[in-house]
Design a protein around this ligand. Sequence first.
Ligand code: SIN
Length: 492
Amino acid sequence: MPPDIHRPALLREHNFIAQQWRVAASGRVYTVSDPATGLDFAEVPDSGADDARAAVDAAHAAFPGWRARTARERAQFLKRWHALIIAHQEELGRLISREQGKPQHEGRGEVLYAASYVEWFAEEATRTYGDLIPEPVRGKKLMVVKEPVGVVAAITPWNFPAAMIARKIAPALAAGCTVVAKPAEDTPLTSLALVRLAEEAGIPHGVLNIVTASRANAPAVVDVWLADPRVRKITFTGSTAVGKHLARESAGTLKKLSLELGGNAPFIVFDDADLDAAVEGLMASKFRNGGQTCVCPNRVYVQDGVHDAFVGKLVARVAALRVGPASEPDSQIGPMINARAIEKIERHVADAVANGARVVTGGTRLRDSQRDGPHYYAPTVLVGAQAAMECSCEETFGPVVPVTRFHDEADVVREANATPFGLASYFYSRDIARVWRVADQLECGIVGINEGALAAESAPFGGVKESGYGREGSRYGLDDYMHTKYLCQGQL
Ligand code: SIN
């Protein structure tokens, strides 16, 4: 057991299927490693098709009973779960930092972020109103009711091991759906701990099921869910490539889909911006989780008149960031999640430099006695970034800020939109007419206007274009787990 998980009951190393903590049917396991050291510290089931099927059997059998509960009963369960998550903020936060690598204050913050979705959907559960439609002819009543879609398969990423699964499970349960879930290979332990707390909160038999699997075996699990007609919805956060695969493969049974996929967020600083606020906003949005979020700014455009001043202020802040393991309480940037992640960052920086960009600070992997793990990268600012560079075309997912100088508003908006992705965009300007003009023209699901911190349980999170579809959080987030049913009563 890792030394910093105080409550052994929260460290679960089994699947949870039909209210039982189980090993994989094959008996196989895989190891979970600490990204700060690269050392293994836990083992979880390496599940396969049999486990995936057993989870659906349980969720399918539980569905009629769960949907028949009143919304208030489902809300009460979610409120108990919320209270337990809050009560275990410290342990859960440490577990997140341990398996994912983010600094301790971010781990604790993520627990509150996750809990906020559970509380929000506990409240929304009781507000799934229908409609009464004015009848077009006498003698009829036209009504609309909302119904849960059925069994939901939730597939979640490693960058927010608590928040992403909470914002899928909570609306599903609130709507009356039952759930089968697979957390990311790298970070299964937080999700298992949350399910353990759901058990303690009294989740009924079969309503919530979770299976873990290694990268190699994940397709065996997911393929079962894709093919099974009893699974009526897939909700996924992760890469666009996997999202497209899920959309293609679920077409056979026409499942409902929510896909929260990759971004390539532009961050635009106009000449009329408050520069200090823009630097603060960029620091908050870019370096959250070490740059490993899908809404992190990936391309930073700064207008001619303020370019040099902005870069100067930014570099001073970035060079002062403290990089280190979560075990050091003052760390601000943790390790990257794994070797593939750090190799991608290195590739992007090398490509940018080879094509004319200049490193102003950082630009290397860190190897010193303080940070002797394999996954640390120095917070980096590049100037002279261009559209064709790899770092401008795909998410770097690391602590690298590529800055591009621009002259004209129309050109920068065109360039910001010149990507297949459309998740988040940010811009800083104090010109009110420009604020409305640019916000209107940016092709994305989320716009930060003079603001870098966008996440909130009450706001709709999701993208356009190849960043996916569906919304999480907010009052819109529940609709993704419900059908609209029309009832027409005659003979009145
Ligand atoms: C993500 O990176 O997928 C989610 C980030 C957020 O919720 O702010």
